[in-house]
Ligand binder design. Structure first.
Ligand code: ZN
Length: 473
């Protein structure tokens, strides 16, 4: 595929500016607020699972190892991760908003993500099930990060990064089963978490005077934070042992649903999955790219099993295509029903904005999926999920409005771990309901674009649709 390149107007001066920004970024990246050792904690927990070989056989070694990467998922909120969006697993009907990462809010998030993780192990394919474990693992680990466990702790970054990650190992630890039923295990998890949070908050108390000293000695802080990381790893080991034991146990015979989704191409991002949702239930999954692709567009396959018998309406959606809802389908225990979807392209084709015409709201009744209400400069704004962009490619940015008073802006920015930098705003002319369009070519400091709709009205009353389309030939 060839890209129409934007005119290269970079002067030496701009290059110097870019370099300076990159240097500043490097300096600021140190201060990103994230418990440093997520990956090492998950890895240490996986290493002590007593039945690891069995889980590898049932889930695949690759998927099990990928839990190390998936344990970052909530820190990647809104991000496009190639074959899926972090939000495909982070936003669920039982928790349709981004979860808080610290005390006190994080404590209330465990039940929704715990039950969703068990459901994924029982009903979805291994690749989907393992991704769906990511949010819970992350939130459990964050709860045991000293500055997350003790609210409003200063020196946040030092208290979660002054740690020797190579020392995180819990060899010899024997994970405990938290319960024999889902409810029993969840109650025990809550208690285990309360102890972990108290343990980590106490480490924050001990480490705080050391990091606040005029010349803090990192070597004195490291062993204290290591204690918290090791306790985190023990809890994650208990959690994984319990999830796999309960979630991968043989189930009473349920109903299965399989099918394909054929959809339009997403230019430059055609490896993405398609969402499958059993409307009005917690059940759903992601169709992943099929081995045999059509000559044009995209095809994916999905499979759900162990579903309760019943009659369902099934929604299929993929970026760049219009959503479709099936006729009611009745699922019977012991049988696999087949349901294929062919999704028509968005208008214009190749639109990277998710839910660009506000037709989807399956996560929360009345709230448009993948849009958030935010305040920008004292104004009420609807903000779309960010779409990844490529520098040097020209993008068509457009909108057709229902309310001529609504303003539409396109915000190009660099996103790293929930942080945003270097925003460039492209605004459409005000006062038009007829489709309006502009063009913009992002530079190397723009990784994503977000659509902002300035309006006091519900989004569906303000816009007919918006679009961001890369100009590819
Ligand atoms: Zn976090």
């Amino acid at each position: 595929m060839r890209y129409r390149l934007a005119r290269n107007r970079r002067s030496k001066l701009r290059c110097a500016g870019l370099l300076l920004t990159l240097l500043l970024l490097g300096a600021r990246a140190e201060r990103v607020e994230a418990w440093g050792p997520h990956a090492e904690i998950t890895k240490a927990a996986l290493a002590v699972l007593p039945e690891r070989a069995r889980w590898e056989e049932l889930l695949g070694e690759e998927n099990l190892t990928a839990l190390i990467a998936y344990s970052w998922l909530p820190d990647q909120q809104g991000e496009d991760l190639g074959s899926f969006y972090a939000d495909d697993y982070l936003l669920i009907p039982a928790h349709p908003r981004y979860p808080p990462h610290g005390m006190p809010g994080v404590r209330a998030t465990y039940p929704a993500y715990f039950r969703r993780a068990l459901q994924a192990l029982r009903t979805e394919t291994p690749v989907n099930a393992c991704r769906q474990l990511g949010p819970l693992i992350h939130l459990v680990e964050d709860s045991g990060a000293p500055p997350h466990a003790r609210p409003n702790t200063p020196h946040h970054s030092e208290l979660e990064n002054w740690i020797r990650t190579d020392a995180i190992t819990i060899a010899g630890y024997r994970p405990r089963l938290l319960g024999r039923t889902d409810d029993e295990a969840l109650t025990a998890l809550q208690r285990r978490m309360d102890r972990l949070i108290a343990f980590a908050a106490e480490r924050a108390e001990r480490a705080l005077p050391l990091v606040s000293a005029p010349k803090p000695n990192r070597a004195q802080v490291e062993p204290i934070l290591l204690e918290a990381a090791l306790e985190c790893a023990r809890v994650v080991a208990d959690l994984l042992h319990t999830l796999f034991t309960l979630g991968l146990a043989p189930q009473p015979e349920g109903a299965s649903l399989s099918g394909t989704v054929t959809a339009a191409e997403i230019p430059l991002r055609n490896d993405h999955g398609a969402r499958i949702v059993l409307l009005g239930t917690e059940f759903g999954t992601l169709a992943v790219t099929a081995e045999e692709m059509p000559a044009a567009g995209w095809r994916g396959a999905y499979h759900l099993r162990n579903l309760p018998e019943g009659t369902y309406r099934v929604l299929a959606y993929r970026t760049g295509s219009r959503p479709q809802v099936s006729d009611p389908i009745t699922l019977v225990a012991g049988k696999t029903a087949h349901l294929d979807f062919t999704l028509p392209s968005t208008e214009p084709a190749g639109n990277l904005v998710e839910n660009p015409d506000v037709t989807l709201s399956y996560l929360q009744e009345g709230a448009p999926d993948r849009w958030r209400r935010v305040q920008v400069g004292g104004k009420r704004v609807w903000q779309s999920a960010p779409a990844r962009v490529k520098s040097g490619v020209s993008y068509r940015l457009g909108a057709a409005l229902k309310d001529p008073a609504a303003r539409v802006h396109f915000r190009f920015l660099l996103r790293v771990m929930k942080r945003e930098w270097n925003a460039t705003l492209v605004s459409l002319p005000p006062g038009e309901t007829a489709p309006a369009e502009k063009r913009f070519a992002p530079n190397i400091l723009h990784s994503a674009v977000q659509v902002l709709v300035e309006t006091d009205k519900p989004l569906a009353e303000a816009i007919d649709r918006v679009w961001v389309v890369p100009e590819v030939e």
